[in-house]
Structure formats: C-alpha cells, structure tokens
Design a protein around this ligand. Structure first.
Ligand SMILES: Nc1ncnc2c1ncn2[C@@H]1O[C@H](COP(=O)(O)OP(=O)(O)O)[C@@H](O)[C@H]1O
Ligand SMILES: [Mg+2]
Length: 238
C-alpha cells in the first residue's frame, strides 16, 4: 500500500446529539489534515467535543454530516463490517480506563485483536510484552495489575496488529503523575523510533505542549492555538 503523507482528513465535519430535551451541536464544521508521523494532540476543556471527534476519526461513530478520510478511504461511506476490519488492521485505541476484559489474562487481552481477522503472532506479542516490562505479568488478570501496567497492556494490545496510528483518549487521565510520565515517555519512544503516529486527546496541556502538534477544540471547531510562552508553535520537520 502506498503511504501518503496524509493520515486523516476531516472535511466540514458536524456532529449533533439528539436527546429527549435538546439537540446538542458538538462539532460545527471541523476541517483539518493530520500528517503521518507526528504525535498530534487535541486539547480543550471538558465537554468541548474531544472524545466525540476522536470517535469519529477512529470510525467508532459517524458524523451527522461531513467526511472523514482515513488513509484516503472515506469512513463515512464504508459499511460497518469494512469499518470494523479497517479499525482492527490499521488503528489502535487506548482509553482512560483501559477497557481491558477482566476475565482474560494480560496476554489474552493483548492477543484478542489479533484473533479477530487472523492468527496471533506470538513472537511479536512476546516482543511487545518484554519491551513494556510486562512479560512476568502475562498470566495475571487486570485486577492484579497497577494502573501503569494496565495502561501499558492497553498500549501493547493497541499495537498487536501493527497499526499505522494509535488513538488515545485521556491515556494518562487515571494515572498519578509519575506513572503518567512513564506511560507518556513510552508513547513518545514508539513515535520516535517506530514512526508510529498518535492522535492523543487530553486536557493535560503540559503533556501536549512538549514539542508536539497541538490543536484545540473550541466552540465546536478545531483551531491551532498559540503555544503558551513563546507565542509560536513548535513544528517537527516531518
Ligand atoms: N452519545 C451522546 N449523547 C448525547 N450527548 C453526548 C453524547 N456523547 C457526548 N455528548 C455530549 O457532547 C458534548 C461533548 O462531549 P465529549 O466529546 O465527551 O467532550 P470531551 O471529551 O471534550 O470532554 C458533551 O456535552 C457531552 O455531554
Ligand atoms: Mg472526553
């Protein structure tokens, strides 16, 4: 597959939620292109629509109108089955509360996405676990793991099918500062050394501004904010 520089493109994306009481317009015309390679950060206050946008980018939900192109494919016109397959093969997901299955061991949790449309590569799983210092815990259940171990397990699971991007929704939001720092350092290392792209939603602006591409959800649209302090955005050459 040819690898275009553009990973994701959003074209005038709107998302409304209709509840019993109101019609809530959360995204009001979001357009942007995310290139392959960097760590992209989406910041913004709670309730601004960050998770909503991430779910649309990852094909977990559909926009009310507008298009989302993932590696050139229009997610809004793919059927459920093809979207699920694309998600499984090309995308990884990491959530604040880990979303590990409690009745499966660490190893089984990591292996699960590899079993949906193919066979697990046990060598690769061991490599991931060893690299994330999880090998000695492979037969443990999620309840026996610390927060940092659970999130490292979730990241290993996200990588098991060698995706081109990992979507993270508040990945360090449930961790103490030191653990958050180590999980974040692991993500940065994967980005730097493996060329793995990340799209990270967080309200933690100090993490986001560490030399990454930063966007802000504000009043239903996505803007490129000024970097606090020096008034400039740091752009990685990529
Ligand atoms: N499924 C849903 N049904 C109704 N309202 C929703 C739904 N999902 C999100 N919302 C609303 O959309 C707004 C944005 O939510 P969200 O994307 O979770 O914000 P953030 O992640 O920035 O905190 C909030 O007001 C939230 O209550
Ligand atoms: Mg959220």
């Amino acid at each position: 597959m040819s690898k275009s520089a553009i990973l994701i493109e959003a074209l005038d994306v709107h998302k409304e939620f209709h509840t019993e009481w109101e019609n809530l317009a959360v995204l009001k015309g979001v357009s942007f292109k995310l290139e392959r390679g960097p760590m992209h950060f989406i910041i913004g206050r709670s309730g601004s629509g960050k998770s909503t946008l991430l779910h649309l980018l990852g094909g977990l939900d559909r926009p009310t109108s507008g298009k989302i192109l993932f590696e050139g494919q229009d997610l809004t016109s793919l059927g459920e089955e093809r979207t699920a397959r694309l998600r499984n093969k090309r995308m990884g997901f990491v959530f604040q509360f880990y979303h590990l299955l409690p009745e499966l061991t660490l190893y089984e949790n990591v292996m699960l996405p590899a079993m949906m449309y193919g066979k697990p590569d046990h060598g690769w799983i061991r490599t991931l676990l060893s690299r994330f210092s999880l090998l000695s815990r492979k037969n443990h259940f999620p309840a026996q793991l610390s927060g940092g171990e659970k999130q490292r397990t979730a990241i290993a699971r996200a990588l098991v099918n060698r995706p081109s991007v990992v979507f993270c929704d508040e990945p360090t939001g449930n961790l103490d500062q030191e653990t958050a720092e180590s999980v974040f350092a692991l993500m940065e290392e994967l980005n730097r050394n493996e060329g793995l792209s990340f799209v990270v939603v967080t309200h933690d602006e100090t993490l986001a501004w560490r030399n990454h591409h930063v966007y802000r959800m504000q009043d239903g649209i996505l803007v490129r904010p000024e970097r606090p302090g020096d008034g400039r955005l740091t752009q990685k050459s990529s």
